[in-house]
Design a binder for this molecule. Structure first.
Ligand SMILES: Nc1ncnc2c1ncn2[C@@H]1O[C@H](COP(=O)(O)OP(=O)(O)OP(=O)(O)O)[C@@H](O)[C@H]1O
Ligand SMILES: [Mg+2]
Length: 364
């Protein structure tokens, strides 16, 4: 019953969701989702609690079926194929290991189900454990491992079956920051070495930006934006994406007109020029400007009074009031000090025109 499907963006797509919707009674967990994940890429699904991340994974892995739409893996329609018939490696949210089994038995679990020969099984378990640096702890029980070691055992259990697709649901949420940073690097290294198509669910924006080839930002069961970490961070499409991924100054601009390809937009009582077409004269537009894109200077059309300063070590956070509009600035501490920046002082603000992003929605 395999049905061929032309992926949305060419032949490289490994996992495709086409018009997928998921309802639980009256709750709509996912709304008409189209998503195409390429072979060998690490795709991060990012979004706040309850936005539908785990639901998306469960549908992709086959633990649940969509209320509408189709799921394709390597061109085959798998919408009605149960999870046990899809060759997926899965690390669940919470990643429970079987407590009564040793590390090696845990890792070998998926292989036993596949009825491999004992010698081959042993060899594959050991090489998976080596990959995650746990070969010396093969005979321990989960309770005798640290959180990070348990996490790596769960990862070994998922990759030992050589899955077509690796699916990770918040695999690092139980770890402290230092371990999490290390696991992020390790998972990325293993994923690249095995060239495994990997879907990582996280609500940690740094994790998504730091690990993924591409990021999909989910909000209320809808994909708001898909792109490389850099494009999502530097050119957010909506207010939600701009604020969910790091801090941003959300400003309101008014389109005054055009000078060639440059839109003249008034912000905080001054007019700035932005290289952006298609805006209607007189329209009010939401703008996003990242705090680290603003520099302090002595003279600028944007002069303002320093309201607040917070020293954070290498960076300093400054809040400046320009004609009643508050600007957040985050910059190198030494540079900011060099600008005679002190609460109550007058300072100038400057930035590159291309760093002001016109958002598509209205700030809420
Ligand atoms: N079995 C279920 N029955 C009813 N509603 C459900 C069920 N599973 C999930 N939901 C609802 O669907 C929505 C999406 O849930 P989901 O678990 O996908 O969120 P999530 O993005 O993974 O959140 P978190 O970051 O908290 O894990 C939520 O509103 C949730 O309450
Ligand atoms: Mg979840």
């Amino acid at each position: 019953m395999k049905q061929q499907h032309s992926p949305i963006d060419g032949s490289q797509a490994d996992v495709v969701l086409a018009g997928v919707e998921k309802r639980y009674g009256n709750t709509i967990a996912l709304r008409s989702m189209d998503l195409s994940i390429e072979r060998g890429e690490l795709f991060a699904l990012l979004g706040p609690s309850g936005c539908g991340k785990s639901t998306t994974l469960r549908l992709i892995a086959g633990f649940e079926q969509p209320s509408a739409g189709r799921v394709f893996v390597r061109g085959n329609d798998v919408t009605r194929i149960p999870s046990s018939k899809r060759n997926f490696g899965i690390v669940f949210q919470g990643f429970a290991l079987f407590p009564h089994m040793t590390v090696a038995q845990n890792v070998g679990f998926g292989l036993r189900m596949r009825k491999l020969q004992k010698s081959e099984m042993k060899q594959r378990v050991m090489s998976a454990l080596e990959l995650v640096g746990l070969d010396h702890l093969a005979d321990r029980y989960p309770r005798q491992l640290s959180g990070g070691q348990q996490q790596r055992a769960a990862l070994a259990r998922a990759i030992v079956i050589e899955p077509d697709v690796l699916v990770l649901d918040e695999p690092m949420s139980a770890l402290d920051k230092i371990l999490r940073d290390r696991m992020q690097v390790e998972i990325r290294r293993i994923q690249q070495r095995l060239k495994m198509t990997t879907i990582l669910v996280t609500h940690d924006q740094e994790e998504a930006l730091g690990m993924a080839d591409r990021v999909g930002v989910l909000n209320g069961g809808r994909i708001e934006q898909v792109g490389t970490p850099r494009s999502i961070y530097e050119t957010p499409r909506t207010t939600f994406v701009a604020t969910f991924l790091g801090a941003s100054n959300l400003l309101t601009g008014k389109v005054e007109g055009y000078d060639g390809a440059q839109a003249a937009i008034s912000v905080a009582g001054r007019v700035i020029s932005i290289p952006r077409g298609g805006l209607e004269r007189g329209a009010t537009v939401p703008l996003s400007l990242r705090p680290e894109k603003i520099r302090l200077c002595a003279h600028s059309p944007f002069m303002g009074k320093v309201k607040e300063m917070t020293y954070k070590g290498s960076t300093t956070y400054v809040e400046v009031d320009v004609n009643g509009v508050s600007f957040a600035i985050s910059g190198d501490s030494a540079q900011i000090r060099g600008q005679h920046c002190e609460v109550g002082n007058l300072v100038g603000l400057e930035w590159d025109a291309r760093d002001v992003v016109v958002l598509e929605d209205v700030a809420s």
